[in-house]
Design a protein around this ligand. Sequence first.
Ligand code: ADP
Length: 491
Amino acid sequence: MSTNSKLNILFAASEAAPLIKTGGLADVAGSLPAALRELGHDVRLILPAYPQTIDKLGKVSTAATLKMGGHQQPIRILRGTLDNGVPCYLVDAPEYFSRQGNPYLSPNGHEWGDNAERFALFSRAIIAIGQNRSQLKWQPDVIHCNDWQTGLVAPLLSTEPGRPATIFTIHNLAYQGLFDQSTFNRLELPEELWTLHGLEFHDQLSYIKGGIVYADRVNTVSPTYAKELLTAEFGYGLEGLLSHRTDHFSGIINGIDYQEWDPNNDSRIPHHYDHHSFQLKQLNKQALQRAFGLPDKPDALLFGYIGRLVAQKGVDLILQVIPGIIDRGGQVIMLGSGEAELEQAMEEVHQRFPKQTGLFIGYDEDRAHQVEAGCDAFLMPSRFEPCGLNQIYSLRYGTVPIVRHTGGLADTVIDVTPETLTNGTATGFHFNKATGTALWGAVERALDFYQHSRSHWERLAITGMQQDLSWASSAEHYQALYIKALSDLET
Ligand code: ADP
């Protein structure tokens, strides 16, 4: 198969921006298919038909109906088109997906009790399309599965003749889709899959293992996270299995949507700028300080944080360094929602320093753009980070990232060292240990740098803005992966 063959690709995910989003997977599923279409492939997205997803897709029609075992009513496949031109199928099984709120959690924050059934059905619908058992008159050469919600596709498809090639992308190994053995029986999965070499994982049914064991090619979202997953520290007991598949396992860094995240053409920020007019960023800083009730202080180094408030993100480390930042005349703005304890801890620190910290608890895309545009530096002290998007948005917005040296953070931000300063490649600050002290070391280096020479700081920020962080090059890596998977299938 040559690189100029046009492929039919079915891109399967449980969320995709702008239709439905809880995290980075949605950003990828919302952008990568469009970048692959730019390369000439016929890529179609498939998602569950959550109510808000149907609404946001706008005009939809019924493209097919599927008869599925155990379901009285046929499952409808709705079809619409995203604004970026990507055709989108929605698997409309109202008893499973017609619920308000989060795709995975009920309003009380617990996982939906029938998640195993919901995503088994989703996977079976993907297979029906993959094997041309629907009336779509379109069959993929490749099915690109993402995370545990699509983990049953590759194992259930593996024994079928004339099947498409399968890719499985791990966006975060911490989420695995683990269920008990009775669920395995209830789902009437083929008995031969219940083995150590199949879906069984310590007496549990593991959806993610299905993808890892059976997909033709497996990848994750950065080269460093791919290496980390082979170790006991990051592998959650799956490191042996992944090591066994190293020949078929790789890391491809995510890109970002250049239309959505462009400081020179972003309708959500008050003042547009690019690397030629970097000084205009200062106006966004002033607007942000005002919006969050902080005094106008053009020379205070303004740090930002955006993200889920969970232990993974190292939010507790940020809380530890805030008093030091304030002592040195800095300010901090935080935007996020998540675990109740962390939300409360953030509230407390904000109440303690109301004039030096700004806080918004909640999910707010407008504010996310304004924080990226207005802050000088961005804190991302994740304990682990498969790829991470906010540090990439920060680079694009000239907001210098301060990151833990892990996963995609290590791959996208170049640490300030005498060497990287001399050769002009430095874009941010790294630290190693997941401790408040280590984070403080990096924060202090940033404060020294900013306070010592504003023009050097500007150089750092502008170097970040000039990186190519678009999807174009990542999409070429995925294209190469599809071709490898197809040739695996042929041999
Ligand atoms: P993860 O997938 O682990 O949550 P990523 O950095 O890969 O982390 O992606 C998170 C995405 O969600 C980014 O697009 C980020 O801007 C967005 N995001 C997270 N929390 C918020 C929030 N409170 N408000 C707006 N956007 C948010």
